[in-house]
Design a protein around this ligand. Structure first.
Ligand SMILES: Nc1nc2c(c(=O)[nH]1)N[C@H]1C(S)=C(S)[C@@H](COP(=O)(O)O)O[C@H]1N2
Ligand SMILES: [Mo]
Length: 262
C-alpha cells in the first residue's frame, strides 16, 4: 500500500464525523443557520479538523485522483444555476462572450484583465477528475483550462493576501432587497495548486452555459460548491469579512463548511 493511501485512510478515519456531516445533503444544513447552536459548533470543529488534517497529512500540493477517459460515464450533470438571467450575463452570452474579461483585483501589485482568447492561448492543462456534490451525486469529467497560479503571479499577489474570493455572474437567489450573486473563496494553497484551473473546456467541447461558460474554476480537492461557475473576478483579500455573511461563500453563508475538502 502506498504512503498516500495510508495517509488517506488515516485522514478518513480521523475526520469521519466531518465527512459524514458534509455529505449529508444540502438542505439538511439549514439548522446550522443558528451560528451559536450545537450543530454549528460541531460543523466548525469538523471544518477546522478537515482543513488541518488535509494540510498536515496529505501535504499542500498532493494531487486529486485523475481518471481515464473510459471512466467518463455521462455528461457533467448541471446543478445550481444553469442559465443565469442577470442583464450583464445575458449580454455576454448573446455575443458569445466576445467582450468577456476575467479580472484579478484586490491585494495585487498589478490588477489584471484577461479576454477569453488570452486565457485560451495560455498553456493548457486537461484533467479527468471526479466532481462530488454534497447532494450525494458524483460525475467524472474532463476539464481543460489554464492554471490559476501563473495568472496570480502576473498580477503579483501582495504578501498580506490570504484568500481568493471568486465572484460569479449568476443570481443564485432573489430576495426583496435584491439579487444574491454566487461567490466562494479559497486559500492561496488551493489557488496555486497545480490542478486548479480556469476551465473553458468540458469533455473536449467548449464549456456549455449550463456548466459555467465561459470560465469556471476547478479546485479538484474540494466539493462541488467550491467550483465556481460563471466566474468574472478573482479578488485577493486578507479577510472574508464584508462578503455576504462573512463565511466565504454563498453556500458557506448558509452553513456549509468553508474548506469543503473531499
Ligand atoms: N456560479 C455558480 N457556481 C456554482 C454553483 C452555482 O449555482 N453558481 N453551484 C455549485 C454546486 S453546488 C455544484 S455541485 C456545481 C455544479 O457544477 P455543474 O453544473 O458543472 O455540475 O457548481 C457549483 N458552482
Ligand atoms: Mo453541489
Amino acid at each position: 500500500m502506498s504512503g498516500l493511501i495510508t495517509r488517506r485512510n488515516f485522514l478518513r478515519s480521523s475526520v469521519l464525523a466531518g465527512s459524514s456531516l458534509v455529505l449529508a445533503g444540502c438542505n439538511q444544513f439549514d439548522f446550522l443557520a443558528d451560528k451559536t447552536g450545537p450543530g454549528r459548533q460541531i460543523m466548525e470543529r469538523a471544518n477546522v479538523l478537515t482543513y488541518q488534517a488535509q494540510r498536515a497529512l496529505i501535504g499542500d500540493q498532493a494531487l486529486a485522483r485523475e481518471y481515464s477517459a473510459s471512466e467518463i460515464r455521462q455528461g457533467q450533470r448541471p446543478n445550481g444555476s444553469t442559465d443565469p438571467s442577470t442583464p450583464e450575463y445575458l449580454f455576454l452570452k448573446a455575443e458569445n462572450f466576445a467582450s468577456y474579461t476575467l479580472k484579478v483585483t484586490g491585494l495585487v501589485d498589478r490588477p489584471q484583465s484577461f479576454t477569453l482568447d488570452q486565457l485560451r492561448n495560455m498553456p493548457a492543462r486537461s484533467q479527468i477528475t471526479r466532481h462530488d456534490c454534497v447532494e450525494g451525486w458524483s460525475c467524472i469529467a474532463k476539464w481543460t483550462g489554464t492554471q490559476l497560479g501563473p495568472i496570480l503571479d502576473m498580477a503579483g499577489v501582495k504578501p498580506q493576501a490570504r484568500y481568493c474570493v471568486y465572484h460569479c455572474f449568476d443570481n443564485i437567489q432573489r430576495t426583496l432587497t435584491g439579487d444574491i450573486l454566487y461567490y466562494t473563496s479559497s486559500d492561496l494553497i488551493d489557488a496555486y495548486h497545480p490542478q486548479t484551473i480556469l476551465s473553458y473546456g468540458l469533455n473536449d467541447q467548449v464549456l456549455p452555459v449550463s456548466n459555467g461558460a465561459p470560465i469556471r474554476l476547478r479546485i479538484e480537492r474540494a466539493l462541488g460548491y467550491k467550483q465556481p461557475k460563471y466566474l468574472h473576478t478573482i479578488e485577493l483579500v486578507d479577510s472574508l469579512e464584508g462578503f455576504g455573511k462573512g463565511r466565504g461563500g454563498y453556500w458557506e453563508d448558509t452553513g456549509y463548511d468553508w474548506y469543503g475538502g473531499i
